[in-house]
Design a protein around this ligand. Structure first.
Ligand code: GLY
Length: 300
């Protein structure tokens, strides 16, 4: 199979002044990782590595640059899934880790569990040799300023798609030379969320899903709505009957019609076709084209 790689950096009304940074970050993730996928690494390695690049980039709401919760703290959610085994690993509300996607993979491959939460997840990560970072290393002045602005604003609603604040959850989907599919998603969640709030990103079938028999997906957007329709599993089921582009569009239509939800999805079907859709004004994403060139876009 010809390897494929697609990544996203959030679906929301990305202001023009932030567009370049989104496109640059996503282009970098695809152009650094795709050549490795062509020659050596697995789909699972590729989605982990691509998401790690995006977690390190403060442009996005994942790892460094994440939103602060009501208490002014950062709690991260992530998930990774292997389409060949249907195995997955997730972390929810974990503090003080730069790469929750890597911690998710450690859970998947080194425990009998699928999902670890909070300080338990952090403790396990440290046992496995991951570095606990100072919370200030994840914090950006942009997010601190934004938190100060909204923390006591009674009109602030995290679910409104019209609020001009970043919602740049990140994700990646890959197919390797053996036709194996994988997906990963990582997020800092929503701004001013209640401590302990968990969104769609680490929930299997909601924020990500991978099945070699159908396809693999990663979602972004308003988590409470994405969870209600299990957006990525819905997409994966639609791939049994529809081409990639149609399945992506139909699943976002279901999100909007059934739960008034909003967001976006990227996917690769089992034949290696890309699909992407969003019902927000913009979605930042990038993929490797037929020549292996990274194409970055801010909307469809
Ligand atoms: N989609 C990210 C979140 O709602 O947490």
């Amino acid at each position: 199979m010809k390897p494929k790689l697609i990544a996203h950096g959030g679906a929301w009304s990305i202001p023009e002044k932030f567009e370049k940074a989104h496109l640059r970050g996503l282009r970098r993730a695809v152009s650094e990782i795709y050549p490795q996928l062509l020659t050596s690494i697995s789909a699972l390695d590729a989605v982990e590595a691509a998401v790690k690049i995006l977690e390190k980039d403060p442009t996005f709401d994942a790892g460094k640059g994440s939103f602060l919760n009501l208490n002014g703290e950062i709690e991260l959610d992530a998930m990774i899934m292997d389409g060949s085994t249907l195995n997955f690993g997730s972390v929810v509300a974990v503090p003080n880790i730069l790469h929750p996607v890597a911690l998710s993979r450690l859970i998947m491959e080194n425990t009998e569990h699928c999902l670890l939460a909070g300080t338990g997840a952090l403790h396990f990560g440290k046992q496995m040799g991951m570095e606990e970072v100072d919370p200030h290393e994840l914090l950006t002045s942009r997010e601190l300023k934004f938190y100060e602005k909204i923390k006591n604003d009674p009109d602030f609603k995290t679910k409104s798609p019209f609020e001009p604040h970043p919602k740049g959850t990140v994700g990646a989907v890959a197919m390797d030379q053996n036709g194996n599919l994988a997906a990963a998603t990582s997020t800092g969640g929503t701004p001013r969320k209640l401590p302990g709030r968990v969104g769609d990103s680490p929930i299997i079938g909601a924020g990500a899903y991978a099945d070699n028999e159908t396809g693999a997906c990663s979602a972004t957007g308003w988590g409470e709505s994405i969870m209600r329709v299990l957006l990525c599993k819905t997409s994966s089921d639609l791939l049994k009957e529809y081409p990639a582009e149609t399945a992506a569009k139909m699943s976002v239509q279901i999100l909007e019609k059934r739960v008034n939800g909003w967001g976006g999805i990227i996917l690769i079907d089992k034949q290696g076709h890309y699909g992407f859709a969003h019902n927000t004004s913009k979605m930042a994403f990038a993929y490797a084209d037929e020549e292996g060139k990274a194409i970055a876009r801010i909307k469809i």
